[in-house]
Design a protein around this ligand. Sequence first.
Ligand code: SHN
Ligand code: NAI
Length: 212
Amino acid sequence: MQPLVINLTDKKVVIAGGGRIAARKARVLGAEQANITFIAPVFSEEVLELCIDKEYKIVQRKVMVADFKEAFLVILATNDREANRILANSLPPSQLVCVVDESGEGNVTFPATVRRGHLQVAVTSNGASPKLTRKLKKELERQFDESWVPYTAFLNKCREKIKQLPITFEEKNERLWELLDTRYLHDNNAQKLKWDELDSYKNKSLLTKQST
Ligand SMILES: C[C@@]1(CC(=O)O)c2cc3[nH]c(cc4nc(cc5[nH]c(cc(n2)[C@H]1CCC(=O)O)[C@@](C)(CC(=O)O)[C@@H]5CCC(=O)O)C(CC(=O)O)=C4CCC(=O)O)c(CCC(=O)O)c3CC(=O)O
Ligand SMILES: NC(=O)C1=CN([C@@H]2O[C@H](COP(=O)(O)OP(=O)(O)OC[C@H]3O[C@@H](n4cnc5c(N)ncnc54)[C@H](O)[C@@H]3O)[C@@H](O)[C@H]2O)C=CC1
């Protein structure tokens, strides 16, 4: 199994089922601007609230294979094992499919993720122990505190700036490595000073002079 980072902006996502797990999968995708449709005979309050909140679509009936036409990602989250199995078998191999009660029938599983600004740490046990995955996520949430949000914004901003400096590839690399010094993680003032320094570089000679 290979983790990939997928951009779901404006992608069609069809979720079969409208219960607890369907809602959890949709919540995980909440930040993605995906185009989500739930199809199920019965919807939980949570799904209905999500649909109002995020303008997701709902279709109230049993799901049919034709519902997945043109879906980029299919999530089979009904509580009917036989329905999930038959649907999974009838989908084309080119479609991304997550089968929540039998992962081997699909080709995608959801990792647990910790998001901190530009940083995302994902954990998977390949279905061996979702509980272990969840436990590790809690540990990572503590390890990566909220200071990683401004820190990753700082790294992103500085990288863009450094890429444009009129210096050699090696010098750029050196400056990019330097940003990983832990003092920048917690110290907003150190971040500001570094940014001002980078921002003030006008040309190569000035840069060399200031950095020595
Ligand atoms: C294969 C996978 C497919 C997929 O869903 O993508 C899958 C499958 C199954 N999960 C089951 C059970 C539970 N899953 C959780 C929790 C999470 N499950 C997630 C992912 C995955 N679950 C994928 C593999 C990921 C991996 O292994 O690393 C997480 C990480 C992400 C997410 O859901 O977004 C999320 C934690 C996120 C968070 O906390 O943020 C809990 C705990 C709880 O709910 O409190 C329980 C109950 C306790 C238990 O059984 O361990 C069952 C048995 C169902 C049954 O028979 O009743 C199956 C079916 C089977 O066994 O294949
Ligand atoms: N992947 C995961 O993390 C986990 C997966 N599960 C599994 O997920 C499945 C769903 O669990 P919950 O959401 O808690 O169940 P739930 O009972 O809350 O919801 C089931 C939903 O499926 C719908 N449904 C049933 N037959 C359907 C059909 N033919 N077409 C469309 N919709 C249909 C129902 O109307 C309902 O909306 C279960 O099989 C459970 O074993 C359970 C826990 C965790």
